[in-house]
Design a protein around this ligand. Structure first.
Ligand SMILES: Cc1cc2nc3c(=O)[nH]c(=O)nc-3n(C[C@H](O)[C@H](O)[C@H](O)COP(=O)(O)OP(=O)(O)OC[C@H]3O[C@@H](n4cnc5c(N)ncnc54)[C@H](O)[C@@H]3O)c2cc1C
Length: 327
């Protein structure tokens, strides 16, 4: 098993930038990410939205930002492991760490940088038999690309801001839009609700999706059930988008002996946690006056890397290093 200088847990925006900076400090680096894609909350919640509060970048979509961060993170060729949630952490006698993922794979590292956000994001799945056959193709839990919904018959199931938000966003590009909601009232921004009610979208409430119909590859329609009358209708649908909320799983981390405060992991100004050799950056790092902004994490990541470097090589002085002196 290869021993890495640093293992970054979490491939969100901060994990990606941190990996780039690890390369600048010539550290053997591994990123472990639970999701099947990189970008964390940006890719998961708002790839198509515009981010306007990163210095020097007046406006950029979430997707474009992650594309650029991923390219930057790969500059020094780190090892990137997807589809693995780190669930176990053990410090060995020599001070190194052994991480275990949910599929039992082991990862050996001298230091750890936690860039985990608030934990692993897990969408609440559509509770319908056989739904998993369509997952990732025509059954979606997030909008990775608007293109996939263009000129399609789209069925959205959900009741919160997210479902409403996407319904409004997809409305102009879809061939037909239907929204099912298990209650009579939507809870969300009034403007979105009014806009939807005045549109050509079919709003079915209180309804739930009861069955998906298709050939196992492509979807053709869905049975939806009226919760008051029990009547079942068929709705034509090529794509189904489910926004039933999500869970944030941070349980494993809570068992690693780390000190938590205000929902995050307490760090000092070196991004050092209470366990020597384990650092944190991004949303999970907690200190006074913390701002949960991407721009803030872009500072915390390099700080954590410099601290990790100094932990491995105490003789290496912690001093600022500019990219302009390296390229
Ligand atoms: C709707 C919305 C809009 C926002 N808009 C803006 C904005 O305009 N500007 C701005 O600056 N910020 C914005 N933010 C905040 C911004 O998205 C976060 O600050 C940023 O994503 C934090 O990055 P991160 O890398 O620390 O964490 P995350 O993006 O949460 O990434 C953490 C990653 O770690 C993975 N992970 C966690 N635990 C494990 C584990 N045990 N094993 C393996 N992988 C793990 C997760 O799956 C996740 O992919 C917004 C947030 C939301 C929700």
């Amino acid at each position: 098993m290869k021993l890495y200088d640093v293992t970054i847990i979490g491939g969100g925006p901060i994990g990606l930038f941190t990996a780039f900076y690890c390369g600048m400090r010539e550290m053997e680096t591994k990123i472990i990410e639970y999701l099947p894609f990189l970008g964390g909350k940006v890719s998961y919640f708002y790839p198509e939205k515009t981010i306007r509060d990163i210095g020097g970048i007046p406006a950029i979509t979430g997707e474009e930002l992650i594309k650029q961060l991923e390219e930057q993170s790969r500059t020094f060729d780190p090892t990137i492991v997807l589809n693995q949630q780190v669930v176990g952490l053990e410090q060995l006698e020599d001070g190194t760490f052994l991480l275990t993922s949910h599929i039992g794979e082991k990862h050996h590292t001298k230091t750890i940088i936690l860039a985990t956000g608030f934990g692993v994001l897990k969408s609440t799945k559509l509770d319908v038999e056989g739904a998993e056959k369509y997952e990732g193709r025509h059954l979606h839990y997030t909008v990775e690309s608007l293109e996939c919904f263009k000129d399609k018959r789209v069925l959205i199931s959900g009741w919160g801001n997210s479902a409403l938000d996407w319904a409004n966003e997809l409305l102009p590009i879809t061939k037909q839009l239907s929204v099912v909601h298990r209650r009579n009232e939507f809870s969300g921004l009034e403007r979105y609700i009014t806009n939807l009610r005045n549109s050509s979208a079919a709003i079915l409430s209180p309804y739930i999706i009861e069955e998906l119909h298709g050939d196992g590859q492509n979807l053709s329609c869905a049975s939806v059930k009226n919760l008051e009358t029990g009547k079942v209708h068929m709705i034509e649908a090529d794509e189904v988008l489910v926004n039933h909320g999500f869970l944030i799983d941070s349980r494993p981390m809570k068992e690693w002996g780390l000190e938590f405060q205000k929902g995050g992991i307490k760090v000092d100004r070196f991004m050092q946690t209470n366990i020597k050799g384990i650092f944190a950056a991004g949303d999970i790092a907690s200190y006074q006056n913390k701002l949960h902004l991407i721009a803030g994490g872009f500072f915390e990541g390099p700080t954590a890397v410099n601290s990790a470097k100094a932990y491995i090589h105490p003789e290496k002085e912690l001093k600022p290093i500019y990219s302009t002196t390296h390229f």
